[in-house]
Design a protein around this ligand. Sequence first.
Ligand SMILES: N[C@@H](CCC(=O)N[C@@H](CS)C(=O)NCC(=O)O)C(=O)O
Length: 219
Amino acid sequence: MTRDPIILTTYDWVPDFPRGHVRDIRIRWLLEEIDRPYRIETVPLQKKTPEHLARQPFHQVPMIRDGELSLFESGAILLYLAEGTDLMPGGDDRMRTIQWLIAALNSVEFYSAAWLVGKFFHKNEQSAAEFGKIAQDKLAHLQDVLKGRDWLVAGRFTVADLLMADILRLPAQHGLLDGLPDLRAYHDRALSRPAFQKALADQIAHFRAADAAMAQASA
Ligand SMILES: N[C@@H](CCC(=O)N[C@@H](CS)C(=O)NCC(=O)O)C(=O)O
């Protein structure tokens, strides 16, 4: 049976800074991993609409549509799409995978996001340093868990690794993984997957095409 493509919604355009990191990247990555066809639709970043709010109560992206079902929250979307694929193990490992996916969002991204906001948005060195220290403490614990194993659950790459590795990208790019070689190796192992490379290239291309369309419209 052929299924309709998933519709993945992201912004029509973003400035340079978040390119490569807009959270649709997680969904693109998973869709590439499971070889599920999808197409991109957009909502405007600069003039947020009631239609957008009706689907995403915080006026954010990503969102997906699968037939009649519209979903928001990247973690929930990943869990939905991973179900029944190699990225979601069975038995007790299913709940372990969900546990680690929630830990990625709530125990790692929570602190790395606070660090990011302090550092890049509020440009508050003291807040960035405080949250950076807490984030590094969590990352050290994560490295302990990964000692002697390649992936978080079931001895194979799962949706929990996909999300964890994406969440580690900004901390890794800004030195928070320095001194954590096993965690760095885990992160590199995940990001070397062709599905991630394709997702990253596609997101960058999407926003470059938006630049070109804007330049043409204003010419
Ligand atoms: N918890 C949400 C966070 C989504 C989120 O922060 N999206 C960003 C883009 S990566 C966004 O839309 N930011 C604009 C805003 O918050 O107004 C998820 O994981 O889907």
